[in-house]
Design a protein around this ligand. Structure first.
Ligand code: GTP
Ligand code: MG
Length: 245
């Protein structure tokens, strides 16, 4: 059992560390355009999965391109943002809620997946039980989250393939049956990490109007826009403000 230290800007339950601008608080999804009219969208993304599968590590890799062999388990949830730019220069800003996988925090999860546009449900390829847990989360999302939510199943720790317990075939078949995106990743080596978030960005409805419940993306200058993302561009890469709203 590894000793895990250096918390990843975690948010103790009931304690707000928020420096988050009002416009970025959960439930606020807007888009606007830059002077050259490239489109920008914001989406709420939630990570779910058993404790120690590597949710926080995936976020740390995606947001800061770092990895930490000794991480502390997340308390409550952590909030970060990261932006990806697609080939057509559309930018998608993810507001990421990294939830705590420990059982005692399970009841908090609906608060984080409510109104989420996309979810990354993570399992550890070296732990069969973690795929079972992922299935449980997926069933819960299918029942309780917004019907339009984009769900990606992510088999993490692909660098530990010598200890693999979950085959690619098994996970892929399940994902296909459920209509989920699927990929294997390694937060340690970085393999597949940017790719899975980019694939999600491409799958999100970048032109559709927002659905009734989830915060959908809106075209530049459309009704309800008004948050100038460019004003927050200093925070857009690797921001890790926490928020408990
Ligand atoms: N080898 C390897 N280890 C990883 C990988 N991702 C995470 N780890 C390790 O797995 C352990 C758990 O990682 P975390 O990111 O804290 O897991 P978590 O899912 O956020 O756990 P909770 O916060 O308790 O829900 C840490 O020791 C990480 O260093 C990976 O891709 N490969
Ligand atoms: Mg964590």
């Amino acid at each position: 059992m590894q000793t895990r230290k250096k918390p990843f800007r975690e948010m103790p339950r009931g304690h707000s560390q928020t420096q988050t601008p009002h416009s970025l608080r959960c439930g606020s999804y807007h888009s606007t355009s830059t002077a050259n009219m490239s489109k920008q969208f914001q989406f709420k993304l939630v990570l779910l999965g058993e404790s120690a599968v590597g949710k926080s590590s995936l976020v740390l890799r995606f947001v800061k391109d770092q990895f930490d062999d000794y991480r502390e388990s997340t308390i409550g949830a952590a909030f970060l943002t990261q932006t990806v730019t697609l080939e057509d220069q559309t930018t998608v800003k993810f507001e990421i809620w990294d939830t705590a996988g420990q059982e005692r925090y399970k009841s908090l999860a609906p608060m984080y997946y409510r109104n989420a546009n996309c979810a990354v449900v993570v399992y550890d390829i070296t732990q069969t039980a973690s795929l079972e847990k992922a299935r449980t989360w997926i069933r819960e999302l299918q029942r309780q989250a917004d019907p339009s939510i984009v769900i990606a199943l992510c088999g993490n720790k692909s660098d530990l393939s010598a200890r693999r317990q979950v085959t690619e075939e098994e996970a892929k078949k399940y994902a296909e049956e459920e209509g989920l995106m699927w990929a294997e990743t390694s937060a340690k080596t970085g393999e597949g990490v940017t790719e899975i978030f980019t694939a999600i960005a491409k799958k999100l409805p970048l032109t559709a109007p927002p659905s009734a419940r989830a915060g959908g993306a809106r075209p530049a200058g459309g009704a309800g826009s008004g948050v100038d993302l460019n004003r927050q561009s200093a925070n857009a890469q690797g921001q890790n403000d926490a928020c408990n709203c």
